[in-house]
Ligand binder design. Structure first.
Ligand SMILES: Nc1nc2c(c(=O)[nH]1)N=C([C@H](O)[C@H](O)COP(=O)(O)OP(=O)(O)OP(=O)(O)O)CN2
Length: 293
């Protein structure tokens, strides 16, 4: 007998890509179980699938930075600054990134590259080990939202969030709808999606200098004038990141989706003060915020 739950959850995360740097991503999760019926005449109670399997997936990959640990582009090591924290040094074709975060902000994936296949394999093993004996098969399907318009991938962290969004490098694949004087402008959408392609969005208020940043000894040797540094303390611990300027947008606000919608709206208004703008910004799949100026 087979049991399925479509759209079980959306995982919002970022991953290291040797070509693209740090990439924000959102994947929808569908689950298919194969097994005998239990004493309740069920393969597995939907309640358990929806709560426990979702919780395992969240704990494994949601709001984390996924590291392809078989790739030469990632070096991770224990932090010398703080217990339970990890350094991650990343080299990529678009520049080098350096991070320091509580270890829970990273997931090591035993692969050369982060792909739907490598993450599916990682999740399947973790989940299958925790299923009851009557469940003999598990198929996890990860898929990106089908977006007919332009979209961007962004990475950020919300220092004021009391949940996992405080992690300094988690992200999303997001569309944006822009209206100029009540008329949808695909030209403007295209412009912003190019501008924010694989972007890291940092807040000016989190900027730190070389004297205060906490990064690995290797990072401190390799930082150059192209890097900009950001750090904050949040309930899970201390977070630091060095980002290459060519993959960075520094905003004058926090990066909640409400404030990003407002930020885009303000930039549009500044360029053409006589026009009215409506910005519908998404944070991953099927959720977002609307700003009007
Ligand atoms: N009003 C807002 N709420 C939240 C924002 C935000 O910008 N405005 N942002 C976040 C995080 O950035 C987060 O990445 C998104 O969280 P979400 O996927 O919704 O959170 P959960 O994992 O808890 O939800 P699931 O349904 O389990 O995916 C949080 N909130």
């Amino acid at each position: 007998m087979q049991l399925f739950v479509d759209n079980l959850t959306v995982i919002d995360f970022s991953y290291v890509c040797p070509k693209r740097g740090i990439v924000g991503e959102s994947w929808i999760v569908d689950v298919l179980l194969n097994g005998d019926l239990n004493e309740q005449s069920m393969v597995l109670d939907f309640g358990i699938v929806k709560k426990q399997i979702k919780a395992i997936i969240d704990e494994a990959v949601d709001h984390k930075l996924l590291l392809p640990i078989l790739s030469d582009s990632v070096i991770s090591s224990a932090s010398a600054h703080r217990a339970g924290h990890e350094y991650v040094d990343i080299t990529s074709k678009v520049g080098n990134y350096f991070l320091h975060s509580p270890a829970c902000a990273f997931t090591h994936i035993n692969a050369q590259t982060i792909t739907i296949n490598s993450v599916t394999e990682h999740l399947t093993k973790i989940i299958f080990d925790q299923l009851p004996n009557n469940v003999q098969g598990l198929t996890i399907k990860l898929r990106a939202e089908a977006i007919p318009s332009d979209y961007y991938h962004y990475t950020h962290g919300l220092k004021l969030h009391d949940g996992n969004c405080q992690r300094i490098a988690h992200g999303h694949r997001s569309k944006i709808k822009l209206f100029e004087n009540d008329k949808r402008s695909e030209t403007l959408e295209h412009f912003w999606c190019q501008r924010w392609e694989d972007i890291y969005i940092a807040s000016e208020s989190d900027r730190v200098d070389l004297a205060t940043v906490e990064l690995s000894p290797n990072a401190m040797k390799n930082l150059d004038k192209n890097h900009q540094l950001f750090a904050y303390h949040a309930p899970q611990g201390r977070f630091d990141i060095a980002v290459p300027s060519n993959k960075l947008e520094v905003v004058d606000c926090d990066s909640t989706v409400e404030l990003l919608a407002d930020y885009v709206a303000r930039q549009l208004k500044k360029a053409k003060p006589g026009n009215n703008y409506r910005v519908v910004a998404y944070e991953g799949v099927a959720k977002g915020a609307i700003a009007n100026v």
